[in-house]
Design a protein around this ligand. Structure first.
Ligand SMILES: [Zn+2]
Ligand SMILES: [Zn+2]
Length: 306
């Protein structure tokens, strides 16, 4: 495995500019508040500080820090608008808008793998409540993780997510309306969890594989692996943590994360990850297709009924 380092060395040496695009994306998006802020922006068109605060029941200091990060990463921008007097609001940039497919992919996984009632996704072209399924943009064939091969560049230490923010693992959020279900929030909602899952998609199976890949403290890794087994995402056998069907289905989300990251975030040469679609041999450009009419789902042509 390339770039084996000790935990200490990683902590000292890893800075954001050294991270691969995917490592940066995991660091930015592997946070439940960030995901919930983006989700509310997409689904409810929340644009103001007070809007998110009231909608999510989030503390003002946490919200302020997350909005600051989203501004710094060019996912949100501020814009003045007039409503009696001039006020500022937050808007999704093109980079931020591009995350819609990732959020739809999470919704789609939740629909397939949880019992939770979720807002219907309507495809405006066919007018129906539809499912979004993952397909290869090159050949338009539906696909899963099993239909792919992943090759990493020589410097692809993508999963080194640097120094994590301090996260509490359980946060009471008002997510019952349109919120992500607790399972997907646990899988994606903090950067170590997201990174453990990403490492599994890259072939990590044993405790040591994850540790080498992530430079993660053993106690944190033990905790995340145990939760993933409890959540039915990993199956433990013979010292190997293998993705279950439920875990493998998360590839849909992972594919959009990789695609967004490599398109949008600057990264050192040689740190890229190439996912190839077996049957057509093309580098994967993930797209979502409509389960009803088979058309490609576009951001402006879908909406959730909230
Ligand atoms: Zn293909
Ligand atoms: Zn359709």
């Amino acid at each position: 495995m390339p770039g084996v380092q000790t935990t200490t060395a990683v902590a000292e040496r890893t800075t954001p500019v050294e991270l691969s695009a995917i490592g940066q994306a995991l660091a930015i998006l592997g946070d439940r508040w960030v995901l919930l802020i983006l989700q509310r922006a997409f689904l409810l068109r929340v644009r103001t500080f007070a809007g998110w605060r009231d909608e999510l029941g989030i503390s003002e200091s946490v919200l302020a820090s997350r909005l600051k990060e989203l501004l710094a990463h060019g996912i949100l921008t501020t814009a003045a608008y007039r409503n009696g007097r001039t006020r500022n609001e937050y808007r999704l940039t093109d980079r931020g808008l591009d995350l819609w497919s990732l959020l739809v992919a999470i919704h789609s996984w939740e629909r397939d793998w949880t019992d939770r009632p979720l807002p219907p996704l309507v495809h405006d072209v066919c007018g129906r409540d539809v499912r979004a399924y993952l397909a290869c943009g090159g050949c338009r064939e539906g696909m899963t993780a099993r239909d792919t091969r992943t090759v990493r560049g020589p410097l692809a230490t993508f999963a080194r997510v640097g120094l994590p923010r301090q996260h509490r693992r359980t946060i009471a959020t008002r997510t019952d309306f349109i919120g992500y279900c607790p399972d997907s929030m646990e899988i994606l909602g903090d950067r170590w969890s997201t990174s453990v899952l990403a490492a599994a998609f890259l072939g990590a199976r044993r405790f040591g594989d994850f540790q080498t890949e992530l430079g993660i403290a053993p106690s944190v890794l033990t905790d995340r692996l145990r939760r993933f087994v409890e959540l039915g995402v990993f199956q433990l056998g013979g010292g190997n943590y293998r993705l279950t069907e439920r875990g493998l289905a998360f590839f849909k989300v992972f594919a959009f994360l990789v695609s967004w990251a490599q398109r949008e975030l600057p990264a050192p040469a040689g740190s890229e990850l190439t996912i190839t679609h077996h049957s057509c041999g093309a580098a994967l450009t993930p797209v979502l297709l409509c389960s009803d009419c088979g058309g490609k789902l576009e951001r402006r042509e879908v909406h959730f009924i909230t």
